[in-house]
Ligand binder design. Structure first.
Ligand code: AMP
Ligand code: MG
Length: 348
């Protein structure tokens, strides 16, 4: 089908033949005979003759013969019953042509994520149902002896499990089903036990225990009893990330630092899970961005006045930096950015 399925009016006003109205001005209005009405849902199909017009409302089809619209704001108030005065010429631009949105036979909705906007478009195309792929099922586990459930009392040195909450929400946003494995202590036995039943997950996502420390047992477990595809990516935050396999299930082991785990998800996991990365734009630097010689930086940044600025505190423990930023500025190895330089920006 085409949408609109016939030429329709973009405005409330009168439909007429443009040629009849070319001389219309405020001082010398053109008077047309009112021959009918066309409403959305009750189209007027009576053909218009020369010198005639029909009242028309937004979304209503034009009567045959009409090719232009004069909006209600441009109609005079002095015309007798059954006549209308136009204060300026009617315009064909205020007619929405047949198929303006989409034409019959056109490919409109290619495979991709069903965003609310694309769902609306599917409905506009008349689809009551659309075929979808099964969503990814992702098992999620956080680790760390010091990590506690939000709501529990906290002892000195302990932290609340922000990663699992953030990752769970990111997974939902990416359309994944989440198998929440909860939280495991830093103990190889306990960890292995927790990973015994992955419930047929397509991916295992872990947080913590994958850096250089003595108690980083996710790393040891994958190195010794799993398979490792790579460990460490030249990025900051989030360097010590590991990709491997555990019991035939792919594993993405994210670092534990609160900012690192969420940024690595956005940069590495999101594109893999959805086929689409964060929305990417280029903005001018509002202040200086320093680079590193051997790592790509993902700088938490604010976007104001058309420029991008680094958030003042970039420690990967400062979770507020993410919640108060709108974007990650991508600063490639060795490429400092001066104010005014173009910067690649990923919108959060
Ligand atoms: P790790 O990667 O396990 O060495 O953890 C690095 C830092 O991140 C430590 O300061 C941990 O306390 C913190 N951390 C680890 N897991 C979490 C979590 N689930 N939520 C919040 N912070 C965490
Ligand atoms: Mg840890």
């Amino acid at each position: 089908m085409s949408h609109p399925s016939a030429p329709v009016s973009a405005l409330d006003g009168v439909a007429c033949r443009q040629v009849d109205t070319l001389a219309a001005t405020h001082e010398q209005p053109v008077r047309l005979r009112l021959a009918g009405e066309s409403r959305a849902g009750s189209p007027g199909w009576e053909p218009l003759g020369p010198g005639e017009c029909a009242r028309i409302y937004t979304g209503a089809p034009l009567p045959p013969g009409a090719d232009a619209i004069c909006p209600v704001e441009q109609l005079g108030s002095g015309a007798p019953e059954g006549w209308v005065d136009l204060l300026r010429p009617a315009r064909p631009e205020d007619v929405r042509p047949l198929g303006e949105d989409f034409g019959a036979g056109e490919m409109v909705l290619p495979p991709g994520r069903l965003t609310p906007e694309r769902l609306a478009l599917a409905a506009a195309l008349g689809h009551a149902a659309v075929p979808v792929l099964r969503p990814w099922r992702v098992a999620l586990l956080s680790t760390g002896d010091e990590v506690k459930e939000p709501g529990e009392p906290l002892l000195p040195g302990e932290v609340y499990d922000s990663n699992r909450v953030g990752l769970r929400a990111l997974l939902s946003e990416c359309g994944c089903g989440v198998l929440d494995l909860g939280h495991a202590p830093d103990h190889p036995g306990a960890l292995a036990e927790r990973l015994e039943s992955l419930g047929g997950a397509d991916l295992l996502l872990t947080s913590g225990g994958v850096s250089m420390g003595r108690y980083d047992f996710v790393r040891d477990l994958l190195l010794e009893r799993g398979k490792v595809d790579f460990w460490k990516v030249r990025m900051r935050p989030g360097g010590p990330v590991m990709l491997g396999t555990w019991a035939d299930t792919p594993v993405l082991a994210l670092p534990g630092n609160p900012v690192s785990s969420l940024v690595v998800f956005q940069v590495l996991a999101r594109p893999a899970l959805t086929g689409e990365g964060l929305h990417r734009v280029w903005l001018r630097a509002g202040s200086r961005f320093s680079s590193l010689p051997d790592k790509t930086l993902f700088v938490r940044a604010t976007c104001t006045g058309g420029t991008v600025q680094p958030y003042p505190r970039q420690s990967s423990g400062v979770l507020r930096s993410l919640s108060e930023s709108q974007a990650l500025a991508v600063i490639p190895e060795g490429q400092d950015k001066a104010p005014g330089d173009e910067v690649e920006v990923l919108l959060l």
